[in-house]
Design a protein around this ligand. Structure first.
Ligand SMILES: C[S@@+](CC[C@H](N)C(=O)[O-])C[C@H]1O[C@@H](n2cnc3c(N)ncnc32)[C@H](O)[C@@H]1O
Length: 320
């Protein structure tokens, strides 16, 4: 590839540069993570385009052999796409400004692409994008080469979506923008749904199932551990979530369990608390993952503050 940007070799086709600038404008990512830096040309281009769009963003570009150039706003990391937890540890990932956009452009080996997709599956939120580059290798190279890549990016996407397809969407509006798959990033993946915490409908059935199992025995006066059992089953069966999610019913049921085992007289509404907390926690987690999180934080902070001030103002009256 002889293409260069500001004199730095850059492995992008004109189609993909055109599509990327549209996606960057639409997403305005505050963090862009690239796996596969090569000479650093693409990171430099991403940084310049985002800056020209007025987006205050940081770029993290990971390569097993990072380039030696230095680009303002870009951190080049030495790291392996197959072991991203070492290069991008949880404390770094948690601190990154949202939205995040990921560009996977490493060795195009199926296992590397799959490892990258699975790593970010844990971190990406609804509406964020992961672009898997060079799905076109199947068409560009012979079968032997593609076999060496174990099927390459397209196979990785296929395997990944087999597990997690219900949470993702391939953004054909981009892949097919200039004609069906007229891009090197054939069948890019767009993140489309709630990945880690259960979505609203799941919250409903978690709450419903647990309350049926927990409340029924109470109303018939048996005080069994039905609720705890269902919460435990949900905890084991449902994938761990980033926030409270499926852990909350279990924790709450365990906290309330002594009320049953010690025969303490309790009130059935207490059993509704786990579901209430789960629901509220889920709504908060979801709201905090949207682009309006600052507005949401500001509004909920203002409500809390107002409530606190009203309570304080009432103190003299109560004291009388
Ligand atoms: C296609 S080039 C990246 C091109 C660059 N993004 C651009 O558009 O100019 C692939 C890069 O991935 C790096 N690479 C290969 N295997 C990798 C791995 N397992 N983890 C991280 N980087 C890897 C290579 O060193 C190489 O620099």
């Amino acid at each position: 590839m002889r293409y260069s940007y500001k004199g730095v070799p850059t492995c992008k086709t004109p189609f993909d540069l055109a599509l990327y600038q549209m996606l960057l404008w639409q997403q305005k990512p505050r963090t862009l993570i690239e796996i596969g830096s090569k000479w650093g040309g693409s990171a430099l281009w991403f940084a310049d385009v985002l800056r020209s769009f007025g987006v205050d963003s940081e770029i993290h570009s990971v390569d097993i052999t990072p380039p030696s150039i230095s680009v303002p706003g870009v951190t080049f990391h030495r790291g392996d796409g197959r072991d991203l937890a070492t290069t991008l540890p949880a404390n770094l990932m948690e601190s990154l400004p949202r939205p995040i956009m990921v560009v996977e452009d490493a060795d195009h080996h199926c296992e590397t692409v799959l490892a990258v997709l699975r790593f970010f599956d844990h971190w990406l939120a609804t509406g964020e994008y992961i672009v898997v580059e060079d799905g076109i290798v199947d068409d560009l190279y012979d079968a032997q080469y593609v076999a060496k890549l174990m099927g390459g990016p397209r196979r990785a996407i296929e395997l990944f979506l087999r597990d997690r397809g219900q949470h993702y969407e391939i953004d054909t509006s981009l892949c097919d923008y200039f004609g069906t798959n007229v891009t090197w990033n054939v069948n890019d993946v767009k993140y489309a749904a709630m990945p880690h915490h259960i979505d609203f409908f799941d919250w409903c059935w978690v709450a419903g199932l647990t309350s049926v199992a927990g409340l029924l025995p109470i109303t018939i006066g048996q005080m069994t551990a039905g609720g705890a059992l269902v919460a435990l089953l949900l905890y084991v069966a449902v994938r761990r979530c980033r926030y409270f999610g499926n852990t909350a019913p279990l924790v709450m049921v365990l906290l309330l369990f002594p009320l049953v085992t010690t025969q303490t007289v309790s009130k059935p509404w207490l059993w509704a608390l786990p579901f209430l907390f789960t629901f509220v926690g889920g709504v908060f987690a979801d709201a905090l993952e949207t682009r309006q999180r600052k507005l949401f934080l500001g509004l909920s902070g203002a409500i809390l503050l107002t409530q606190a001030m009203l309570c304080l103002a009432l103190l003299p009256e109560i004291a009388r």
